[in-house]
Design a protein around this ligand. Sequence first.
Ligand SMILES: O=C(O)CCC(=O)C(=O)O
Length: 212
Amino acid sequence: MDDLFPETRERLSLSSGAVLLGGFARAEAQALLHAVEIITQQAPFRHYRVAGGGRMAAAMTACGDYGWVSDGQGYRYVRTDPLTGRPWPALPSLFLALAGRAARAAGYEGFVPQCGLINRYAPGAGMGLHQDRDERIMEAPVVSVSLGLSAFFQWGGAQRQDTCRKVLLHHGDVVVWGGPSRSHFHGVLPVRSAQTGTGLECRYNLTFRVVD
Ligand SMILES: O=C(O)CCC(=O)C(=O)O
């Protein structure tokens, strides 16, 4: 099934340890977007290069003690923004509180992220199937918040060739994955434009992570 009726999306298990919390962040979406705007004044969006030389379709930035970067030296977390030479902007308390609440709702107590990665997807941009494995601590979950345009999230298994489930993520949805699902493959299909509702012309995704 590609999409789900609202009443079944409030808490939808994707696999053991992974759950969609439909609309969990909707009430605070405007405040989250405002925080993103302030962060990106200090650490602007940029397109990283990936292994092989291509450009990532999603523009990225980060906040917190660490940001994820990709360059000629590979994929990794660093404490200083290579674009500005300054530390990443602090994680706003709003982000910390939401991440902790969402993790708890998904069954993960005591989640305190060190990093908030921010992806911006213009229409046509997506993210290929991948695992999140650059964090040195894999015990903590990843908390992922969707804002703006809707997009199909691909949720796979521990192996790249495992069958993927497609779930449409809307403005204010949160997905949490950890435990047995922490290394599952996932991706985002190219975002389509011309949607109504939020007035935003792109999709934002915030992921909160523990790095070390
Ligand atoms: O945009 C999303 O929903 C997922 C982002 C993602 O997979 C990542 O940042 O690793």
